[in-house]
Design a protein around this ligand. Structure first.
Ligand code: HSE
Length: 404
């Protein structure tokens, strides 16, 4: 019998409880042992909910019970999650979490503590919700050098951008609608400013490049500056705008960034719409591989958490080898990150001036009512610093990097 304790009975915790109950015989057969939830920790009471039978309010009950084999941390935030997970690992319990803040900040250290105690620390649900991406990255893509990861890793912003594109609605209107539908938080900052995606790409970059990539070092731009006019231009060039988390290795230097990108139709991320997430990984031998699915929500996220529980049970005292060293990976600067740029500048009849500053560019005809006031174009591949230099003499309306 494997005893599981779930810390937090919120959206993900209640999903984990339900999956272990509803699919119990299937999960237990796959794990090779009977799995049951012995405790659920939450400060609240849930009168009438079957969880009452196993509900506790004191974490010490869980930590001091040697029958508890696996602790599932689904509370979110750094504290007390960090203290609880560390304590569980030190007590010889495996830990599984969906908490991207915790993993991005303390993942390498918690992996070390797990190894010292011959248990496991798993975090499949921390990136891409229900999409299997962590396990494929550490267990399947072991042969390839990862050249680049590009991911749509935030459902809220993908929903907003999709609505702006399909309905021509402006950012504020769509955000309000997303909040009313429950897709966006009342305080949407973490999503719309790119902070959520930043933690997720930091985790993937740390795993792909085997050293700690600090999320604080990742240049992060949100989607608040994207307008319906930008999307009008996208229609005329057959492209879309997506908030991408990118990690890239180029001549020995690792780069990482979160920003809106112009994505053309030949990129498989182009068709990822609404709240869906997708992560495109480019290996030097394999080429492109994409992982697509639901990046949030109770049951999809909980499904990934329970898959970690099954994995931890199957390993039975052996720690998975996960290469993520605590040593910090120094990132290349945003000024050296190279992409083409989509640019809108004030003024007409300034093609020669644009060519002499940016070199060869592809001009795009302005759409509708903005015709006559501005000039739009796509540059060749430029480093961030080259773009800034070339743009200095123009009144920039917007500039968005182009995925290449
Ligand atoms: N707020 C996140 C999103 C939830 O919109 O994708 C999953 O981390």
């Amino acid at each position: 019998m494997i005893n599981v304790a779930i810390l937090g009975y919120g959206t993900v915790g209640s999903g984990v409880y339900k999956i272990i109950k509803d699919n119990n015989s299937h999960i237990s057969r796959r794990a090779g042992d009977d799995i049951r939830v012995k405790y659920v920790l939450d400060l609240r009471d849930f009168p009438g909910d079957p969880v009452e039978e196993v509900l506790v309010h004191d974490v010490n009950v869980i930590m001091e019970d040697d029958e508890v084999d696996i602790v599932v941390e689904v509370m979110g935030g750094i504290e007390p999650a960090y203290t609880f997970v560390k304590r569980a690992l030190d007590r010889g319990k495996s830990a599984c979490t969906s908490n991207k803040e915790l993993v991005a900040k303390h993942g390498a250290e918690l992996l070390e503590i797990a190894a010292e105690n011959k248990v496991n620390f798993f975090f499949e649900a921390s990136v891409g919700g229900g999409i299997p991406i962590i396990r494929p990255l550490i267990e399947c893509l072991t042969v390839d050098h990862i050249e680049e990861i590009q991911g749509i890793m935030n459902g809220t912003t993908n929903y907003i951008l999709t609505k702006m594109e399909d309905e021509g609605a402006d950012f504020d209107t769509v955000l309000k609608d997303a909040q009313e539908k429950g897709y966006a938080e009342r305080n949407p900052e973490a999503d719309i400013e790119g902070y959520d995606a930043c933690r997720k790409i930091a985790i993937l970059a740390s795993l792909a490049y085997e050293k700690q990539v600090n999320f604080e070092d990742i240049y992060t731009e949100g989607i608040t500056g994207i307008t319906t006019d930008d999307f009008k231009y996208m229609k005329s060039i057959g492209a879309s705008i997506k908030l991408l988390g990118i990690a890239r290795k180029n001549v020995g230097i690792t780069y990482s960034m979160v920003a809106p990108f112009v994505v053309y139709q030949d990129n498989p991320l182009y068709n990822v719409k609404d709240v869906f997430n997708a992560i495109l990984v480019k290996g030097d031998m394999l080429g492109d591989v994409m992982f697509y699915g639901k990046g949030a929500g109770s049951l999809p996220t909980a499904s990934a958490v329970v898959s970690d529980i099954v994995d931890a049970v199957k390993r039975n005292g052996y720690t998975a080898s996960i290469h993520w060293n605590r040593q910090q990976r120094i990132l290349g600067g945003v000024d050296a990150f190279t992409t083409p740029f989509f640019v809108r500048v004030k003024g007409r009849g300034i093609e020669d001036k644009i060519r002499s500053a940016f070199g060869e560019v592809q001009f795009i005809e302005p759409a509708g009512e903005i015709a006559g006031e501005e000039t739009a174009f796509i540059t060749k591949v430029l480093a961030g610093s080259e773009f800034e230099q070339a743009a200095a003499d123009f009144e920039i309306i917007s500039r968005i990097r182009v995925s290449n």
